[in-house]
Design a protein around this ligand. Structure first.
Ligand code: UT7
Length: 330
C-alpha cells in the first residue's frame, strides 16, 4: 500500500518594509480623506518600500525567514515559485533572482506565476501537485508585490488601496494527515479589463506616449471587482469545504486576501463564519495583492494564532479575474 503524500507548511516569513504611507499622508497628496478610506476599505496605512529595494530583495528576505523557521537551507529547495505581477524585470523570472540572492546553487526550478492577488494560492496549488506526485520534496512559495512602482499617485480610485509587501512559505512532503487538503483555482477571462496595467506588454509596447499618458499604472473598475469578489470568494469557500466534507464550523481561521474589509465582511456573512475568525491586517498593510495571504499567515503563525490540527481556509481573488482557495490542516 502506498502512503498518501501531502504538502505541509513548515516555515513562513515576510518582508514588510519600513516606509509607512498613512491616510493622512494621502490627504496631503490628492482629493481624499482618512474617513473615506477607512469607512470604504478598512485601510489606515500601507507600506511603501525605499527606492533602492527591488521585488526580489523582498521575496528573498521573506523566503529566507521561512527557511530559517523550517530549519532548512536554500539548497534544500527543489523549486522556488514566485507569485507576482510586479517582477524585477519582464525577463528573466523574479524567482531566478531570488534563487541567486538566497545563494542557492543547486539549479532548482525557479519561476514566476502571474495570477495577481491569487498568485500565492496558485503557487501553492502548483507546489502541491509537484509534492503529491513526488516530483519535488521541498518547495518555496512566495507572494510578493512592489505595487508602489506601478501606482498612479494622482488616481484616488487605486493608489489609496494598495501597498508593498512579501510573504513566503516552505512546503515539504509529509506522510501525516496534516498539510494541504485541497486547492481550487479559477479564472474568468471575460473579465480581463476590470483590473489592468494597460501598457508595457505586446498590446501596447512602451513608448514616450504610453508613459506620458500614464498607461503603465494600475487601473481598476473597483465597484465591479467588488461585486465579483464577494460572490466568487464565497463560492470558492463553500466548494473547498464541500470537497473535504467539512462545514463552516470546522474552520479555525480564514486567511483571506485583504482587499477591502467590506468584501471580507460580505464573504463572512455569506459563508456564515464570523469575522473574528478571519486574520485581519488590512488596516496596516492595505491590499498587497499576492503578498496578502502569506503576509497575514506569517503574522498569524508568529503571533501563535495557529495551532496544530487547526483548519485554515485561504481564499483570494484579483486581476484576471483569477481566484482560488486552499484548505489546510495545520
Ligand atoms: O485585490 C484585487 C481585488 N480588488 C478589490 O477587491 C477591490 C474591490 N473594490 C473595492 O474595494 C471598492 O470598490 C473601492 C474601495 C475601490 C471603491 O469603493 P466603492 O464603495 O465601490 O466606491 P465607488 O467606486 O462606488 O465610489 C463612490 C464615490 C465616488 O464618488 P461619486 O461618483 O459617488 O461622487 C468616487 O469618486 O467615492 C469616490 N471615491 C473617493 N472619494 C474619496 C473613490 N475613491 C475615493 C477616494 N477618496 N480615495
Amino acid at each position: 500500500m502506498t502512503t498518501e503524500v501531502r504538502s505541509r507548511i513548515v516555515g513562513t516569513g515576510s518582508y514588510k518594509g519600513e516606509g509607512v504611507l498613512t491616510n493622512h499622508d494621502l490627504e496631503q497628496m490628492l482629493d481624499t480623506t482618512d474617513d473615506w478610506i477607512t469607512e470604504r476599505t478598512g485601510i489606515k496605512e500601507r507600506r511603501v518600500v525605499s527606492k533602492k529595494i527591488v521585488t526580489s530583495d523582498m521575496a528573498a528576505h521573506a523566503l529566507g525567514q521561512a527557511l530559517d523557521m523550517a530549519g532548512l537551507e536554500p539548497n534544500d529547495l527543489d523549486m522556488i515559485i514566485c507569485g507576482t505581477v510586479t517582477p524585477d524585470r519582464p525577463l528573466p523570472a523574479t524567482a531566478a533572482y531570488v534563487q541567486k540572492k538566497l545563494g542557492a546553487s543547486n539549479h532548482c526550478a525557479s519561476f514566476d506565476v502571474a495570477a495577481a492577488c491569487a498568485g500565492f494560492i496558485y503557487g501553492m496549488s502548483i507546489a502541491d501537485v509537484f509534492i503529491r506526485t513526488q516530483k519535488a520534496k521541498r518547495v518555496g512559495v512566495i507572494g510578493v508585490e512592489l505595487l508602489s512602482r506601478v501606482l498612479d499617485y494622482t488616481d484616488r480610485n487605486t493608489c489609496v488601496l494598495f501597498g508593498d509587501g512579501a510573504g513566503a512559505a516552505v512546503l515539504v512532503a509529509d506522510e501525516s494527515d496534516r498539510g494541504i487538503l485541497s486547492t481550487h483555482t479559477y479564472t474568468d477571462g471575460s473579465l480581463t479589463e476590470l483590473l489592468i496595467i494597460p501598457a508595457g506588454g505586446s498590446v501596447m509596447p512602451t513608448t514616450p506616449n504610453t508613459a506620458a499618458e500614464r498607461l503603465h499604472y494600475v487601473r481598476m473598475e473597483g465597484r465591479e471587482v467588488f461585486r465579483y469578489a464577494v460572490r466568487y470568494l464565497s463560492e470558492a469557500a463553500r466548494t473547498a469545504l464541500k470537497a473535504n466534507n467539512m462545514t463552516n464550523d470546522d474552520v479555525s481561521l480564514v486567511v483571506a486576501h485583504q482587499a477591502n474589509i467590506r468584501i471580507l465582511d460580505g464573504v463572512a456573512k455569506r459563508v456564515d463564519i464570523p469575522l473574528d475568525r478571519f486574520v485581519l491586517n488590512i488596516e496596516r498593510f492595505g491590499n498587497t495583492s499576492s503578498a496578502s495571504i502569506p503576509l497575514a499567515l506569517d503574522e498569524a503563525v508568529r503571533g501563535n494564532l495557529v495551532k496544530s490540527d487547526d483548519i485554515l481556509l485561504m481564499i483570494a481573488l484579483g486581476g484576471g479575474i483569477s481566484w482560488g482557495s486552499a484548505l489546510i490542516k495545520w
